[in-house]
Design a protein around this ligand. Structure first.
Ligand SMILES: O=C(CO)[C@H](O)[C@H](O)COP(=O)(O)O
Length: 211
């Protein structure tokens, strides 16, 4: 199980400093969607250069122009690019083709996707590498959590790897880790923690206890 640190609402220098501090506990560095809006592909390139031993995910949440947009991140060093599961299969296929050209992978973000079992089947048939259960920031504010969708994903996913995101913290990691997703994604649970190093260390420890 890998820990993915989502960097969403930090400036580039602050994000680099925070990542230095927690790097021992994380496997994948996510350049979050707001960070992509703020810094563009410069952030992907900078993080790949500063942390060459880590995997980098560009959370682009692509909705159209799948091949072209994913290649923007892949050519500057992204190991993973996200596309939205609600979009057209042609867009998802474009992202998969671009990723495979670079020997990298696509993560399909299932935020707001209706009928999960059916969509999981379709996406696996398309050859999606990973599917991400995701309760977004606005949904979290309305009290939603990703645990039920993660159960559905764990039951129906046969070939793709599973990621999960949506307000996960050190306190809630054990219940998510128990379902053994391949990747646990944590943003504010580390970046907004009083002590980010302590939070990252606790999260990684809980994950290891579930191996
Ligand atoms: O993709 C995102 C928001 O759209 C976040 O990166 C993801 O939800 C993880 O952050 P948090 O743990 O704070 O929910």
């Amino acid at each position: 199980m890998k820990l993915q640190l989502a960097l969403d609402d930090l400036a580039l220098d602050d994000a680099l400093k925070l990542t230095e501090k927690v790097q021992d506990y994380i496997d994948i560095i996510e350049i979050g969607t707001p960070f992509v809006y703020q810094e563009g592909m410069r952030a992907v390139k900078t993080f790949k250069e500063r942390f060459p031993e880590k995997e980098i995910l560009a959370d682009m949440k692509i909705m159209d122009a799948g091949y072209y947009e994913s290649e923007e991140a892949l050519k500057v060093g992204a190991d993973y690019v996200t596309v939205l599961g609600v979009t057209d299969n042609l867009t998802i296929k474009g992202c998969i083709d671009a990723a495979e050209k670079y020997g990298k992978e696509i993560v399909v973000d299932m935020i707001c996707a209706p009928d999960l079992p059916r969509r999981i089947r379709e996406l696996e048939n398309l050859g999606a590498h990973s599917l991400a259960v995701h309760v977004g920031t606005d949904q979290q504010a309305a009290g939603r959590k990703p645990i039920d969708d993660l159960r559905v994903m764990a039951e129906h996913c046969k070939a793709a790897k599973i990621s999960v995101a949506g307000g996960i913290s050190a306190d809630t990691t054990p219940e998510y880790a128990a379902l053994k997703p391949e990747v646990l994604i944590v943003g504010s649970g580390i970046t907004h923690a009083k002590n980010p190093v302590k939070a990252a260390k606790e999260i990684k420890k809980s994950m290891e206890e579930c191996k």
